[in-house]
Ligand binder design. Structure first.
Ligand SMILES: Nc1ncnc2c1ncn2[C@@H]1O[C@H](COP(=O)(O)OP(=O)(O)OP(=O)(O)O)[C@@H](O)[C@H]1O
Ligand SMILES: O=P(O)(O)OC[C@@]1(O)O[C@H](CO)[C@@H](O)[C@@H]1O
Length: 303
């Protein structure tokens, strides 16, 4: 079973407008409220691709209820530890460009954290835990390391997609997959990634630190997969960018979905890239038709 962990879920409030004026009154033309947070997005895209998962994390208040009900309606298994304050609302403004304001998130007590950790400690060999997204301010930065160590002891696979400081202590535990975008990869090494060659070079350096597989997503420039000694590059299909929110999560979900359907590494990567682009070409996450269409268009080359 694939488990996703979203410590800081959100209601993503997506506002579409033609023009955004900083410091002025803006009125949106269209709004959408969707459950968000990286792990939840991974679970939702896995569901789109017909792969079961269980979403773990914290949820609180009316926003927490919204998130839980939405997942229930989509028939996605979810086990959230109830917290006292409301789950955050992340505002996504889609105008000439994309502006995001992400909330800080609720306080989590020691007892609530322990409840989550004891659930994680029941995972076993055939399970995968996807650790994705930010950590609420009240949770120690070592939490991912703690969760990953528990998985390590039980031989469960770890997938991690988070910022540098949360990833760094998990690398030596040899996660199955890590997916930075090219900016995040650059930050890890204190450099700017300006070309695919740079991304290959630093992707390899990252892989040397422990992870079995590294996907470097590069937005409209596609993605790289480093697996074993192989480096694959995926092209991006043609399409209109609608909102890239959740594109990276969709890449992770597509890749894991491919593997759990028994696809080769290369085709799983193709499915990951197709899901990423299908989400970039949608408001909200991708749907299965779009993913299938794009899957046929993506070219994978070995470098
Ligand atoms: N403008 C785009 N056109 C086509 N495909 C895109 C575009 N932006 C993103 N994608 C697809 O989505 C994948 C992930 O995108 P990106 O590198 O932006 O991830 P990310 O920064 O983790 O995303 P996010 O944090 O917004 O979820 C890319 O590898 C690509 O397949
Ligand atoms: O604040 P974090 O946890 O880093 O990111 C949260 C978030 O921006 O990531 C998802 C897209 O990847 C959104 O659904 C959500 O709002």
């Amino acid at each position: 079973m694939i488990y996703t962990l979203t410590l800081n879920p959100s209601v993503d409030y997506i506002m579409e407008l033609d023009q955004f004026t900083k410091g002025g009154l803006n009125r949106s033309a269209k709004e959408n409220a969707l459950p968000g947070g990286k792990g939840i997005n991974v679970s939702r895209v896995l569901h789109v691709l017909d792969v079961k998962s269980t979403a773990l994390g914290f949820a609180g208040g009316f926003t927490g209820e919204f998130i839980k009900q939405f997942l229930k309606d989509e028939q996605i298994e979810a086990e959230f530890v109830e917290v006292d304050e409301i789950s955050r609302i992340n505002v996504k403004v889609k105008a000439e460009d994309e502006t995001e304001i992400n909330g800080n998130g609720p306080s989590i007590t020691k007892e609530q954290l322990n409840r989550l950790l004891s659930r994680i400690s029941t995972l076993s060999k055939d399970d995968t835990l996807v650790l994705a997204g930010s950590i609420p301010a009240s949770v120690a930065e070592s939490f991912y390391q703690e969760a990953a160590s528990l998985c390590g002891k039980r031989e469960a696979r770890i997938v991690i997609d988070a910022e540098k400081k949360l990833i760094a202590p998990v690398l030596s535990l040899k996660p199955f997959l890590i997916k930075p975008n090219h900016h995040e990869l650059g930050e890890m090494f204190g450099v700017e990634i300006n070309s695919v060659e740079d991304a290959v070079f630093y992707g390899k350096k990252l892989k040397e630190k422990g992870p079995e597989n590294v996907i470097v997503s590069m937005a409209e420039k596609g993605a790289l997969l480093l697996s074993g000694k192989d480096v694959y590059q995926a092209s991006v299909p043609d399409g209109e960018l609608k909102s890239s929110v959740g594109a990276g999560d969709s890449t992770v979900a597509g890749f894991l979905a491919g593997l759990s359907k028994g696809y080769s590494m290369e085709d799983s990567f193709r499915l990951g890239t197709a899901a990423g682009s299908a989400t970039a070409f949608s408001i909200g996450l991708c749907d299965a038709n779009k993913v299938n269409d794009l899957y046929k268009q993506i070219e994978i080359s070995k470098r």
